[in-house]
Design a protein around this ligand. Structure first.
Ligand code: ADP
Ligand code: ASP
Ligand code: MG
Length: 403
């Protein structure tokens, strides 16, 4: 008996049958004597459909109004699930983000949770109710609705679990756990029984969208027991936890990120302060830069290339063109047809040779590397998008991750 937070993703609540399946699962946990808080995402493709609807009306709609619109998706799910649980005869209440006390900063569309005031949820739990909370949304200091970025319901669940001091946060989804890579790209991918917070954070940040990266960051910070599991099959999932209790492996998994674009500034003066100039202008406009490559200077000039998320490409190009009088690039070129492929594993800190093996796999597959970046437990390469799935398969094979 304890307090359990259960989060169900969009495909898990996509239609009436699935809503009832989820309702039964929640009721089972409740009937075992637990306090249960459920976080839901919007049904199926609802969020994408709402974005398309907005585009029909105004392609430049404000982020504030987009958040008002998109938050409606989760509100539909929470009420439908509550109705299903009512039908199963258990006490239940659904709450929006603001009713549940999810306070965020002011950044519409990418808000970060600052605090969850758990009073209302506690009050409902005290009345022995199952509490359902709309994921992906909160409220800012202007009493405006905010959303947390695509995939953000995972983060709602972990933040609520942390605030309530829950014993467990279960993320139910359409796969049976975290795999060595996306099982939709590599069917032979293997389910992991355990993964460390750090490895999961690197994988999620590198494009493994099975968990929202911010959710893992919060889980690590507040030591939330986290489990990723299937909402369709009753089989054990993957536990995300502290490093010292997880069996060390050289490589835990591979991620692919298609949400990336490359910008190159060609022939800029090889003088000190150029990188500072470029990246501080971008940072001021909240454009996140990821992989950076600077060439060696020749004849007094050099090139700087970097990647941004696809969403930020247009903004980044505008900023650079507006400021090119100061930056002084002879040419600004960009490429949207790129992907980032990363290998992640805590074991690589003590084992050299991971990068070499990864590059060998790419060489064998005839794939050219455009850029490279590393962290303590990750090696990433930027490659042509058409090669991305082939690269993931080749690297997965090379590291023998299927066995
Ligand atoms: P939900 O709607 O439940 O939040 P998501 O679509 O956000 O589900 O996340 C689940 C999907 O993540 C899976 O269907 C799978 O295609 C993808 N995925 C990417 N990388 C991995 C991985 N390493 N392990 C498992 N699933 C992964
Ligand atoms: N419904 C939102 C999305 O599609 C949030 C989520 O699914 O977690 O991105
Ligand atoms: Mg998700």
């Amino acid at each position: 008996m304890g307090l359990i937070v259960q989060k169900f993703g969009g495909s898990s609540v996509a239609d009436a049958e699935r809503v009832f399946r989820v309702a039964n699962r929640v009721v089972d946990t409740y009937d075992e004597g637990n306090d249960v808080v459920v976080v839901v995402s919007a049904q199926g493709d609802t969020t994408d459909d709402l974005i398309a609807k907005a585009q029909e009306i105004n392609k430049n709609a404000s982020k504030r109004e987009m958040d008002v619109l998109l938050s409606a998706g989760e509100q539909i799910s929470m009420s439908l699930l509550a109705m299903a649980i009512e039908k199963l005869g258990r006490p239940v209440v659904s709450l929006t983000g603001w009713q549940a006390g999810v306070n965020t900063d002011i950044n519409y569309s990418k808000a970060r949770i600052k605090r969850v005031v758990g009073e209302r949820i506690h009050h409902e739990l005290d009345k022995k109710k199952i509490v359902i909370v709309a994921g992906f949304q909160g409220i800012n200091k202007f009493d405006d609705i905010t959303t947390l970025g695509r995939g953000g319901s995972d983060t709602s669940a972990v933040a609520i679990a942390a605030a309530l001091g829950a014993d467990l946060c279960q993320i139910f989804t359409d796969v049976t756990g975290v795999y060595t890579t996306d099982p939709r790209i590599v069917p032979e991918a293997r389910k992991l029984n355990e993964i460390t917070y750090d490895e999961m954070l690197e994988l999620a940040s590198a494009g493994a969208n099975v968990l929202h990266n911010r959710s893992v960051e919060l889980a690590k910070k507040f030591n939330v027991n986290m489990e990723v599991l299937s909402s369709f099959e009753k089989v054990p999932g993957t536990i995300v936890k502290e490093e010292n209790t997880v069996e060390k492996m050289l490589i835990r998994g591979i991620a692919r990120d298609n949400d990336v674009a490359r910008i190159a500034l060609v022939n800029i003066d090889d003088t000190p302060g150029k990188a500072f100039q470029i990246f501080s202008i971008l940072a001021k406009k909240k454009v996140n830069v990821d992989v950076i490559l600077q060439s060696i200077g020749r004849d007094g000039s050099k090139d700087i290339s970097f990647t941004v998320s696809s969403d930020d490409l247009e903004t980044a190009l505008n900023i650079i063109n507006e400021n090119n009088a100061i930056i002084g690039a002879e040419k600004v070129i960009h490429d949207e047809n790129v992907s980032k492929v990363s290998v992640v594993g805590a074991g690589m800190t003590s084992n050299p040779g991971v990068a070499a093996l990864m590059f060998e796999a790419l060489y064998d597959a005839g794939i050219n590397i455009q850029m490279i970046s590393t962290s303590e437990i990750r090696v990433s390469v930027l490659i042509d998008r058409k090669d991305a799935e082939k690269a993931v398969k080749a690297i997965h094979d090379k590291f023998e991750l299927n066995n």
